[in-house]
Design a protein around this ligand. Structure first.
Ligand SMILES: *[C@@H]1O[C@H](CO)[C@@H](O)[C@H](O)[C@H]1NC(C)=O
Ligand SMILES: *[C@@H]1O[C@H](CO)[C@@H](O)[C@H](O)[C@H]1NC(C)=O
Length: 371
């Protein structure tokens, strides 16, 4: 068990002062990739700003927010050179030819419009999860990225961390036999942090717990099963009293062609557990493993062991490493493909359909080159 100090040290190392990668030579030959961020979102500092500080090949360059004072404060606090605001602020940022990478952490309902515009402007895009409001939006974004030869990545950062990769490797090794069932959960206690005006409670902006949280366990179960589900057996949503189209929690059971996992968000947990033919494996905290995680492997009739990936980088730092590798034409240690992002969105929609709440509304934005 880590001591409180140990946890603190890991959090400090991961989010405040991540160690520099050991084998990266400072490459003076090419200028750093310049990053522009759309919106002064709370997720931006842990997800990209801090990881970028220890990456020698990127530069924090510009931020746009509707409120220019917010953009300016954010820029000054985090060391960005430029800031843009006002109603055209996002587009002005996209028009800046110095920017190579755009990070899009806008509300889900704006992912499609601003990712299409960023790709049209020739930028690589790191896009927050879930990628869109609908799988159709996701398909169109990846199709445009493909046409333009640009890198588009849905920020499922947990995939890039060695801890979840270890869990998958143990399952893949056959030690425990085939998976029979998987439970994955991501839920936060409501500490009054999510108010009625929160974007996550706004249907038009792509709100709902299945969008905000549920996309993670869904993605994780698909990852560990090496497959997509074949059907939604059941899905039940706890509806938000002020807007019954919004779920404050969703539980779903899925079936897979072979074998047959399912996933079941419970509360309050951040874990994934797979029951296999000859034992079980559980990972606690697959989403933020750098803070604390544990992997428990229990072979039937054998000795239960606990593993831990001793890694100092956050999931976000690993993700940025892979994203930059891809842009630079190097082979990233792992990747989240277009097909994977599209499938995840398809199953988010199917779960919403089964729960009776229906898909989130498709963006009304019509892209000039999109049919
Ligand atoms: C703009 O942001 C500043 C700084 O955060 C804040 O004081 C001000 O109230 C905001 N203005 C509007 C119109 O929201
Ligand atoms: C998943 O959760 C359900 C309900 O809590 C439980 O019955 C089942 O045994 C769990 N399966 C695994 C693999 O943890």
């Amino acid at each position: 068990m880590s001591s409180v100090f140990g946890v603190f040290k890991r959090v400090y190392a991961a989010f405040i002062s991540p160690p520099r990668p050991p084998n990266v030579e400072d490459n003076n030959a090419s200028p750093p990739l310049r990053i522009g961020i759309l919106g002064a979102a709370a997720i931006a500092p842990p997800a990209l700003v801090l990881p970028a500080k220890s990456h020698p090949e990127v530069e924090l360059y510009a931020i746009a927010a509707r409120n220019i004072s917010r953009a300016e404060n954010f820029a000054k606090k985090h060391g960005f050179k430029k800031w843009y605001g006002g109603k055209d602020g996002y587009q002005v940022l996209l028009n800046d030819p110095a920017i190579d990478i755009v990070y899009n952490p806008l509300p889900n309902g704006l992912h499609y419009e601003w990712t299409m515009k960023a790709l049209a402007a020739g930028k690589h895009v790191l896009l927050e999860k879930p990628s869109g409001n609908t799988a159709e939006e996701t398909r169109r974004m990846f199709s445009l990225a493909d046409q333009k030869g640009l890198v588009l990545l849905e920020a499922f950062h947990y995939r890039f961390h060695p801890a979840i990769q270890r869990v998958r490797a143990i399952i893949d090794s056959g030690e425990l036999g085939a998976i029979k069932e998987v439970n994955a959960t991501l839920a936060f206690p409501n500490l009054g942090l999510i108010g009625n005006n929160d974007i996550r409670m706004n249907y038009d902006l792509g709100g709902g717990a299945m969008m905000d949280c549920g996309c993670y366990p869904l993605s994780c179960v698909r990852y560990l099963a090496f497959d997509n589900p074949s059907a939604v057996i059941s899905a039940t949503a706890v509806r938000y009293p002020r807007d019954p189209r919004i779920d404050t929690g969703t539980t779903a059971k899925l079936t897979f062609a072979s074998p047959t996992p399912g996933f079941l968000p419970r509360w309050p947990e951040i874990s994934v557990r797979a029951i296999c033919e000859r034992g079980s494996i559980e990972m606690f905290n697959f989403v933020m493993p750098v803070i604390y995680h544990s992997i428990t492997v229990a072979p039937d009739g054998g000795v239960t062991r606990t593993e831990k990936a001793e890694e100092w980088w956050s999931t976000y730092r690993y993700q940025l490493e892979a994203f930059v590798d891809k842009i630079k034409g190097r082979t990233p240690q792992t990747w989240m493909s277009a097909e994977d992002s599209i499938a995840n969105m398809e199953w988010v929609e199917k779960i919403y359909e089964e729960s009776g709440l229906g898909s989130r509304p498709q963006s009304t934005y019509v892209h000039p080159t999109a049919s």
